[in-house]
Write a protein that binds this ligand. Structure first.
Ligand code: HPA
Length: 248
């Protein structure tokens, strides 16, 4: 019998592979919603079997608004995954969210538009609404935070994630508006990923790595991609330690 796979990691910018993951095989999954971002990597992290998917494709070529979130989540469900750990780069809005910090957010405000965002629209016997009061699964959030303790990686517990459409970064005025709305960080991928996971009955929580100060914050003038990549690559070894501590 095939091992059941508890954890899947969806890696974002800066995490197209996990160092130390012993790759067992890669699997192509076709879905009724089209093609996922790429093959699913079955791997062994310490003692545990996990699945890994690079959200933007292994060549990092799929922009946030073009990710086929439905196909990714549908495929993970069909592979039997129970928990998704989403790793994603963000911009920092509130003062504590400095570049290279890692946050386990607890809330989301969705500013995205025109993304295929639900499984519940066709062939329904009745209209379905999921509860999404707490968009991240609290028990999994706690496990992510505990992994920080055991790996000795400082984490920020909680924060409101503003999900923007991208692929452009925001204007300074847009970031001021997000701040007035109560957002602490801004990114482009948590929605509809989180709500589709909820629709699919899969636990979902996230490590958000701050890649840059959001537009207009803390003297950010021009946000450079070079700085973003530098900050992300500086933090990714910590993310790998967190993931190992989490699953093993
Ligand atoms: N805005 C939106 N998404 C992001 C940012 C940002 O400043 N940095 C990394 N992902």
């Amino acid at each position: 019998m095939m091992d059941t796979i508890e954890f899947a990691v969806i890696g974002g910018t800066g995490l197209t592979e996990i160092a130390g993951l012993e790759i067992i095989h890669r699997e192509v999954v076709h879905t009724p919603y089209g093609e996922p971002s790429g093959q699913f990597t079955h791997g062994q992290l310490g003692a545990k079997r996990i699945l890994f998917l690079a959200r933007h494709g292994y060549a990092h070529s799929i922009p946030p608004h073009k990710v086929n979130y439905r196909a990714n989540i549908w495929a993970l469900r069909s592979l039997g995954v129970k928990k998704i750990v989403a790793v994603a780069a963000v911009g920092g809005i509130s003062a504590a969210m400095a570049p290279r910090r890692i946050i386990v957010p607890d809330q989301i405000i969705d500013y995205t538009s025109a993304r295929a965002h639900t499984f519940f629209e066709e062939g329904l016997t009745s209209v379905t609404h999921i509860d999404f009061s707490q968009p991240y699964t609290e028990s999994l959030r706690q496990a992510l935070l505990a992994a920080g303790q055991s790996a000795g990686v400082p984490l920020i517990a909680g924060g409101v994630y503003g999900a923007t459409q991208g692929p452009r970064l925001e204007t300074a005025a847009e970031i001021s508006r997000l701040e007035r709305d109560g957002c602490d960080l801004v990114g482009m991928t948590a929605m509809p990923e989180a709500s589709l996971a909820r629709e699919a009955g899969i636990d979902y929580a996230s490590y958000n790595v701050v890649a840059n100060w959001a537009a207009g914050k803390q003297g950010a003038e021009v946000i450079s991609l070079d700085d973003i990549y530098e900050n992300l690559s500086a933090s990714m070894s910590q993310v790998r330690s967190l993931l190992t501590a989490l699953v093993c």
